[in-house]
Design a protein. Structure first.
Length: 202
């Protein structure tokens, strides 16, 4: 690996550490969305599409905000911006076309999950293992697997789709919350441990 690649990777890791709060907000909203979906399994397809659009909109806005914050400080923000843009595109489709069918929502949500999860998986390798790389990779893997399963075995019925969407959001959100805690700890200054004075020999 060249010095340029190492510097770029370190820079991306610094961006993620400084934006731990944005990742924590996204994780919190994902968990709340998942719980709300599981508590109301009898949603109509219109309401379900709206909730998905709202979730993608807030999640994308969080990623864009973190990207803009990093860009203002001349840090690398490409992956954050790309993930945020993918979320906003999915949200726009869901909110502009609320009359989409269950199968339309499946293909939209599945494609969105695979693309955004792949972006998140690439970003995970900018982190050190102790800083939460495995948590980010876990969240990305959950997203990609969920999207793949949706596209491979389309679901019929809004109730089952609500359960799938709620379960995914909770699993993804918990992984992001764990990652946010790790990133926050990584950004804290190292504690200086004062050595205890040694006893003088008699």
């Amino acid at each position: 690996m060249s010095d340029t690649d190492v510097a770029a990777r370190t820079d991306r890791a610094a961006v993620l550490v400084r934006n731990w709060w944005a990742i924590g907000l996204r994780g919190s909203f994902a968990v709340l969305f998942g719980i709300a979906a599981l508590l109301q399994p009898g949603l109509t397809i219109g309401t379900l599409v709206f909730l998905f659009g709202a979730y993608a909109l807030v999640d994308g806005a969080g990623a864009i905000a973190a990207g803009l914050w990093s860009a203002a400080r001349h840090k690398r923000w490409g992956l954050l911006g790309l993930e945020g843009a993918l979320n906003l595109v999915a949200a726009s489709i869901a909110l502009v076309a609320p009359a989409v069918t269950v199968h339309g929502l499946i293909y939209l949500a599945g494609t969105w999950a695979i693309l955004s999860g792949s972006t998140l998986f690439i970003a995970a390798f900018a982190l050190q293992v102790l800083d939460g790389r495995w948590l980010m990779a876990l969240g990305a893997t959950v997203s990609v697997l969920w999207g793949t399963l949706l596209l491979a075995w389309p679901i019929t019925g809004t109730t089952v789709m609500t359960w799938w969407l709620g379960g995914y959001a909770i699993a993804f959100g918990v992984a992001l919350l764990g990652l946010a805690v790790r990133l926050w700890r990584a950004g804290q200054p190292a504690k200086v441990v004062r050595a205890l004075p040694r006893k003088q020999p008699f």
